[in-house]
Design a protein around this ligand. Structure first.
Ligand code: NAP
Ligand code: GFB
Length: 322
C-alpha cells in the first residue's frame, strides 16, 4: 500500500450538509485535523458534481490527496417514493465523476458514503458488509440503493485494475444539527423534529406517518464524523464497513417520537396516520466489524443527541433547511 507521508489535502464533497458540517466541527473544534493538513469543504455551488467538466475543474483547483465523498441527492422515504429515478440518475453521475476523477488525479484514498438502506430487503438478520449484493433492495428507494451499490462495484474494479484502495462506509440513519428538516422530503427524525416544533408553537397535534412500528438504528452525526476520520486515516480495506450503533440499540419509530416529545416537552396529542407508508419495516445491521477495530468507541446516548438536535433546530429555525 502507498504510504503517503506529506500532510493530507482532503476534499470533502457534500461538505455543506448534515454529515459534512459534523466533519467540519470535528476537524475545526475537536482537533480532528493534524499539523499541515488542508481541509476543503464543498457545496454544490463550488461544482455540480453531476457534471464531469465541473468535477475536473474543482479537482484541478484543489489537487486533493484524499477525498471524503459525501455529495449525493439525499432524502427520506416519501421523497424516494416520488423521485426514485432522479435518485438513481443523479447519484450514479455524481459517484462516477468523483471516483473516476479522483483516480485520474492520483488521489491516494477516497472514502465514499453508502447506507444501510441499500441492503437486500429479503434477508437474514443482522445484515453485515458481505451481504450488499445478495438480492434486490427495498422497492421504496431502489434507485438510490442501486446507485450506492455501484460505488462498491467501482471501488472493487478500481482496485483490481489500478490497485487503488478506495473504500466506503455504510452508515445507518444519521441525524443531528444542519440536517434537512423539510417535513415533506427529510428523513424521519428531522421531519418529526420540525413537525413537533410546529405542533408546540401552533398548539396542534403532532402527526406521525405510518404505524410507528418501523425499526431503525440511529447514529448521531458527530459520532459518525469521528468514525469517518478514523476510517480515512486508519482503515485500509477496500471492503466497506458499517458504521452504526449495535443491534441492541435498534428502536421503533414510536421511540423516536417519544424522545422528540420529551426533548420539546410537547404535551399535545400525537396522531399516527396509518394511511402513510412504513417503508422498510427493519434493516437491522451488525456493527461487529467496527467493534473488532474499535471495541471501546462510545456513541452519544440517543436521547442526549435528540435533545441537542432539537435545541439546535429551535435556535436556528429561521436559517436552517426546512
Ligand atoms: P445532505 O445534508 O442533503 O447534504 C448533501 C450534500 O451533497 C450537500 O453538501 C449538497 O450540496 C451536496 N450535493 C448534492 N447534490 C450535489 C451535486 N449535484 N453536486 C455537488 N454537491 C451536491 O446529506 P447528508 O445527510 O449529509 O448525506 C451525506 C452522505 O451520507 C450522502 O452520501 C448520503 O447518501 C449518506 N447517508 C445519509 C444518511 C442520512 O440519514 N442522512 C444515511 C446514510 C447515508 P448543497 O448544500 O449545495 O445542496
Ligand atoms: O428516514 P426515513 O424517511 O427513511 O424513515 P428510511 C421512514 C420511516 O419513518 C417510515 C416513518 O417507517 C415512516 O413511516 N415516519 C414517521 C416518517 N413519520 C415520518 C415523517 O414525517 N417523515 C418520514 N420521512 N418518515 C432511508 C432512506 O430509509 O434510510 C435514505 O430513504 C437513507 O436514503 C436512510 O438511506 C438511511 O429509514 O425508511
Amino acid at each position: 500500500m502507498e504510504v503517503n507521508m506529506e500532510p493530507m489535502r482532503v476534499l470533502v464533497t457534500g461538505g455543506s450538509g448534515l454529515v459534512g458540517k459534523a466533519i467540519q466541527r470535528v476537524v475545526k473544534e475537536e482537533g480532528g485535523a493534524r499539523e499541515g493538513e488542508e481541509w476543503i469543504f464543498l457545496s454544490s455551488k463550488d461544482a455540480d458534481l453531476t457534471n464531469a467538466a465541473e468535477t475536473r475543474t474543482i479537482f484541478e483547483k484543489h489537487r486533493p490527496t484524499h477525498v471524503i465523498h459525501l455529495a449525493a441527492m439525499v432524502g427520506g422515504l416519501f421523497r424516494h417514493l416520488r423521485e426514485n429515478l432522479d435518485f438513481w440518475r443523479k447519484n450514479v453521475a455524481i459517484n462516477d465523476n468523483v471516483l473516476h476523477t479522483a483516480h485520474e488525479f492520483g488521489v491516494v484514498k477516497v472514502v465514499s458514503c453508502l447506507s444501510t438502506c441499500i441492503f437486500p430487503d429479503k434477508t437474514t438478520y443482522p445484515i453485515d458488509e458481505t451481504m450488499i449484493h445478495n438480492g434486490p433492495p427495498h422497492c421504496s428507494n431502489s434507485g438510490y440503493a442501486y446507485a450506492k451499490r455501484m460505488v462498491d462495484v467501482h471501488n472493487r474494479a478500481c482496485f483490481q485494475q489500478y490497485g487503488r484502495r478506495y473504500t466506503a462506509i455504510i452508515p445507518t440513519n444519521i441525524f443531528g444539527p444542519h440536517d434537512n428538516f423539510s417535513i415533506e422530503d427529510a428523513h424521519v427524525l428531522p421531519a418529526l423534529v420540525h413537525k413537533a416544533y410546529r405542533a408546540k408553537m401552533d398548539d396542534t397535534a403532532l402527526e406521525v406517518c405510518g404505524s410507528g412500528r418501523g425499526l431503525r438504528q440511529f447514529i448521531y452525526s458527530l459520532d459518525l464524523a469521528r468514525l469517518y476520520l478514523w476510517v480515512l486515516r486508519e482503515y485500509d480495506e477496500v471492503e466497506p464497513i458499517i458504521l452504526s450503533v449495535g443491534e441492541e440499540d435498534e428502536i421503533a419509530i414510536k421511540d423516536v417520537v417519544d424522545a422528540i416529545v420529551e426533548a420539546f416537552e410537547f404535551t399535545g396529542p400525537v396522531v399516527y396516520d396509518t394511511s402513510k407508508s412504513d417503508g422498510q419495516m427493519k434493516k437491522t445491521a451488525s456493527n461487529a466489524k467496527l467493534r473488532r477495530y474499535l471495541p471501546d468507541f462510545t456513541f452519544t446516548p440517543f436521547r442526549t443527541a435528540v435533545k441537542e438536535t432539537c435545541d439546535w433546530f429551535a435556535a436556528n429555525y429561521d436559517r436552517t433547511r426546512k
